[in-house]
Design a binder for this molecule. Sequence first.
Ligand code: ADP
Ligand code: MG
Length: 301
Amino acid sequence: METILTITNLNKIYNKQVHAVKNLSLEIHKGNVYGILGPNGSGKSTTLGIVLNVVNKTSGEYSWFGGTTQTHDALKRVGAIIERPNFYPYMTAKENLELVCKIKGINYSKVAEKLEIVGLTERMDSKFSTFSLGMKQRLAIASALLNDPEILILDEPTNGLDPQGIHQIRDIIRLIASQGTTILLASHLLDEVEKVCTHVLVLRKGEMLYSGTVDGMTNKKGFFELKSGNLETLKSALENHQDIEKIVEANGDGRLLVYLKNNLEAEDLNSYLFQNNIVLQHLVKRKHSLEEQFLELTNNH
Ligand code: ADP
Ligand code: MG
């Protein structure tokens, strides 16, 4: 798969004090939608700033498009919004985008095409100052798309928007992704990453805690809830099972929570216990939601 961006052992230390990015390594491949997920202050914006050449790295490397081009040229193939959109308030949406085209040497025909994608065609002759925050953000996305970038980078794209505005932005991101543009977005919102992204990189205090598919994060581990008349025999039978990682007693209501290290079907566990003369009163297999996984990942470190 084509590599868009490679980061190797990247570090950023601000003012010799704040270690904002710690030995970060990752790869961004063409066609995927990546979420950098982490609480505020985890180093998301710093990481994006470094690869976009607006923040100086302390050490480590990054390379665009397999290292075939210098950063300056590579960034012409990148679209990014890392700050609040900044346009001329007294000019219309169309005029603002035409100005961007003029500066970057892009054909004006792109303006209508990109306004269409972000749903602003009908408002193209309205002054920027009359736009809602959501419309301003959509115009910024249109602007970042003018040069048909191979990757679109967005830092907290729905911050400050109302629910409808958030919904529109997420739909637009999915539309752009479906047309083949790679996307890298930073967010502290778990449900945003879950709804929009195919891949996730979880950061906490500048360190990567998880990297992989969103599905993989959800499905990684499962656990069983079990109940039986004799808890002690149940426990000792479970302790001997090779696929079980740990057994936890749930808040004194007689249920056992059985965490797995390998995949195990309910049917197989049930028949194993039955062979050990244990009859269950209750058997449910559950999967952690991404939210539980995220909290687990960010708390236990
Ligand atoms: P995020 O985008 O995940 O919220 P940031 O990359 O903005 O995280 O910040 C990571 C850490 O670096 C935080 O502790 C933040 O206070 C610090 N930091 C960010 N920018 C600067 C700066 N310009 N000077 C000093 N410290 C900074
Ligand atoms: Mg940030």
